[in-house]
Design a protein. Structure first.
Length: 277
């Protein structure tokens, strides 16, 4: 039997005749849209079982623990999908600016991240706790939120949804890598709002600072994985920040934690208390 080998590669067919790469042509917005429905059904079903025990019956301790774990991960999935959609909206130039209180929104975002990432800790937060009680509880668990004068009574004009996505990613990253503490600080620098999120984790060598903002990149030092994760959160957060006219800076040395600094140009105004009629 003779075997014939072509000395030249066969000519490629014209572009219009080439097979379409399904995964390149499929719009990510469509995929996320199709996934949001099933995720919402799962979340609603689990919440119903947890919150309507009078109708659906009591739960054992193990059942409750399992359902809460499912709920946390379902909310995490929803959060990830919303983050991807916001990145797409940002790149398309879609923004919805309105006045909001950055200190209050940062606290709300922190509690949402705790519920998603550290559900057992979030479950311990006292019901109907005021801001002082929340601060004491968080500090007792190594999480410190400080709001400098000038930022505590300020309102900003920005896209609140994108702001929540960025701050949530920075806080989640810090909680994931911390050894014991996370420090969050809001301050005002001229017309800029600055939010610093610091952890006491393994730190990042200077030559790796750009890598942590690249998708699918993990930082290794001497063969050991130092900063885990896919890099999607930080990469997306920087895209959003730059789309809003700001940026995210990083200060870190290996072995001494990391500080991620969000800087946003904002129209800052002093919030005035509303008068009751």
């Amino acid at each position: 039997m003779k075997i014939f080998r072509h000395s030249k590669k066969p000519a490629e067919p014209p572009a219009q005749d080439r097979p379409v790469d399904f995964f390149r042509e499929l719009q990510i917005e469509f995929l996320i849209h199709e996934l949001k429905g099933p995720v919402a059904v799962i979340e609603t079903g689990v919440r119903t079982l947890l919150e309507r025990r009078d109708k659906f019956g009591p739960l054992s301790t193990k059942q409750e623990k399992t359902l809460k774990r499912v709920l946390r991960n379902t909310r995490k999935t929803r959060h990830m999908m919303n983050s991807l959609l916001e990145i797409g909206r940002s790149q398309a130039g879609c923004f919805a600016c309105a006045a909001f209180d950055p200190a209050a929104v940062t606290l709300e975002t922190l509690l949402e991240v705790l519920e998603i990432t550290l559900g057992s800790l979030a479950d311990q937060i006292p019901l109907e706790a005021d801001r002082g009680q929340l601060a004491a509880f968080l500090e007792g668990n190594g999480i410190h939120l400080a709001v400098d004068p000038g930022a505590d009574s300020a309102q900003v004009m920005q896209d609140e949804t994108k702001f929540r996505q960025i701050v949530g990613n920075l806080i989640g990253n810090a909680l994931y890598h911390r050894r014991e503490t996370v420090n969050i600080r809001l301050q005002r620098r001229g017309d800029d709002l600055v939010i610093e999120v610091a952890d006491d984790g393994p730190g990042i060598a200077a030559e790796h600072h750009d890598l942590v903002f690249r998708r699918y990149t993990q930082v290794k030092t001497d063969g050991e994985l130092k900063r885990r994760g896919h890099g999607l959160g930080l990469a997306g957060a920087r895209v959003l920040a730059r789309g809003m006219g700001g940026d995210i800076q990083l200060e870190s040395t290996e072995g001494h934690g990391a500080v991620f600094r969000l800087i946003l140009p904002c129209t800052l105004t002093t919030a005035r208390p509303t008068q009751e009629e």
